[in-house]
Design a protein around this ligand. Structure first.
Ligand SMILES: O=P(O)(O)OC[C@H]1O[C@H](O[C@H]2O[C@H](CO)[C@@H](O)[C@H](O)[C@H]2O)[C@H](O)[C@@H](O)[C@@H]1O
Ligand SMILES: O=c1ccn([C@@H]2O[C@H](COP(=O)(O)OP(=O)(O)O)[C@@H](O)[C@H]2O)c(=O)[nH]1
Length: 448
């Protein structure tokens, strides 16, 4: 096999490479560690229109991996990333067609940036490279690469859900998008539902190719070791001391409407109302780093959460107790590992999620003698593999309340039994096995 060439919208900056935050970067670390590799994508920088005509990828090689990135103009960033990717495709793929704010102009910019990626990547490619494209920002990149003459094997993995065709076809140009997928040799999705939806759409559009399921995972052994190792970390100790013996409930999500955080706050409120014996005796820490903060819908969500947390704290709090500790800045992943281990309950209740690595990280971080309880939404991609969690419908505040009460009063032996049944899948489907399985399929194409 030649080089592995990974293409994604976001390429981790040099500081993120040591300690990557975000599912995609974490999962790809392992895949990139085996031989010579190239990772191509957006630099995260925006430039003026005038600087765009002579732009070239900037390259940096660290060990076996070359990171090649290009800047986008303000207009490209706006149309391609903010508007079309995150204002149209993201809500639609998360079953929220009502939030989609479509404009033909943004679609043009999206297609133009995909062609720009293809043109800029082409001179960096070698004949024996295999190319692996990631996520919804780059649906048409395979087609764009074929258009500039690339014949190498190209694979595509979608990290987010794929909705039923009856919903997806609300996207103007959806059929064209489905046809562009024919340029890929392998297409991967997170769950059976996603693959069924995509394959139904492909069939309806008369496209021959089909998607397959490759659920993504974490590196559980190293995450578990990290969680154990940071038990004595200064910040983990700080959190522990602040609990003063009270159980900790934790939520960790990018501040995104797909994650169901307002619904979760309402569930927690219902819990305080219906089970007042827990008032003052539990701590709920919600870590919700601001994400895509310049997109209108995300701004509105932040305002809603700020208000809801303030209202619940004002209504149920006391001079020595704050019901919700809510922070909107990121926490480094190694520290999160320690926080998860401290937490008696994790609330992972997205309305829709491609996979949700936080659910897997929480399980990996637990102390096997005294594990915590995972409360998980039916609508996370992780749910089919994690049926021994307390599965809830995130739209039902009372169901979240019941699950919280059940988790906080569960016997140690039931917690252990549930954790023992959750563990094998988290250890079996890892970031490494996910990437190996996908790449194996692509290499098969290469060998013909
Ligand atoms: O790059 P951003 O716009 O800041 O967003 C961060 C990433 O969010 C999405 O993550 C998804 O991938 C995870 C790993 O497969 C999966 O567990 C999760 O359910 C998805 O939401 C997005 O797909 C990435 O492209 C973004 O970089
Ligand atoms: O403050 C934070 C919040 C999240 N994460 C990490 O970001 C990733 C989030 O991945 P997930 O699949 O749960 O959701 P996504 O954000 O990719 O939609 C996980 O590895 C988290 O540990 C982090 O390092 N710091």
């Amino acid at each position: 096999m030649g080089r592995l060439v990974v293409v994604s919208n976001r390429v981790p900056s040099s500081s993120d490479r040591q300690q990557p935050a975000g599912g995609l970067a974490v999962a790809l670390q392992d895949a990139l560690s085996h031989g010579e590799a190239l990772w191509f994508g957006w630099s995260g920088q925006q430039i003026a229109e005038a600087e765009a005509s002579n732009r070239k990828p900037s390259e940096e090689t660290v060990d076996n991996v070359t990171y090649a990135t290009i800047d986008l103009t303000h207009a490209e960033f706006d149309g391609f990333y903010q508007k079309y990717s995150n204002g149209i495709l993201w809500p639609l793929c998360h079953y929220r067609a009502g939030l989609m704010d479509y404009s033909r102009k943004d679609r043009e910019v999206y297609l133009t940036v995909n062609h720009l990626f293809a043109q800029q990547l082409r001179p960096l490619l070698r004949p024996d490279d295999i190319i692996w494209v990631h996520d919804y920002h780059l649906f048409p990149l395979g087609q764009a690469l074929r258009d500039v003459g690339i014949t190498n094997p190209i694979g595509f993995f979608l990290h987010i859900p794929f909705p039923p065709w009856s919903l997806m076809k609300a996207l103007p140009g959806a059929e064209r998008l489905m046809h562009s997928l024919e340029s890929y040799d392998v297409i991967g999705l997170q769950t059976e539902d996603d693959a069924r939806n995509m394959n139904d759409g492909l069939e309806q559009c008369g496209v021959q190719t089909r998607g397959q399921v490759f659920p993504i995972g974490i590196d559980p052994a190293s995450f578990a070791a990290q969680a154990k190792a940071c038990e004595d970390d200064f910040d983990v100790q700080r959190l522990q001391q602040s609990l003063r013996g009270r159980p900790l409930v934790i939520g960790v999500d990018r501040l995104d409407y797909s994650k169901g955080i307002p619904e979760r706050f309402h569930g927690y409120e219902a819990f305080l109302k219906r089970f007042p014996e827990h008032k003052g005796k539990v701590m709920y820490l919600q870590i919700a780093p601001v994400s895509r903060g310049t997109v209108e819908e995300y701004r509105r969500l932040k305002q809603d959460l700020d208000e809801t947390a303030g209202r619940i704290n004002g209504m149920y709090g006391d001079f020595d107790w704050t019901p919700i500790r809510y922070i909107t800045h990121p926490v480094p992943r190694h520290l999160l590992a320690g926080f998860y281990r401290l937490a008696d309950v994790a609330l992972v209740t997205p309305l829709r999620d491609g996979m949700n690595l936080v659910a897997k990280e929480y399980v990996a971080a637990q102390d096997e003698e005294d594990p915590g309880v995972l409360i998980l939404s039916h609508f996370a991609g992780a749910a089919p593999e994690m049926e021994d969690a307390l599965l809830v419908n995130p739209h039902d505040a009372d169901e979240i309340a019941d699950a919280l009460h059940k988790a906080l009063t569960m016997t140690q032996s039931e917690r252990q039994e549930r954790w023992e049944r959750l563990k094998p899948d988290v250890w079996r489907v890892t970031a490494g096995s996910w990437a190996r399985d996908f790449i194996e399929q692509l290499v098969r194409v290469e060998r013909g």
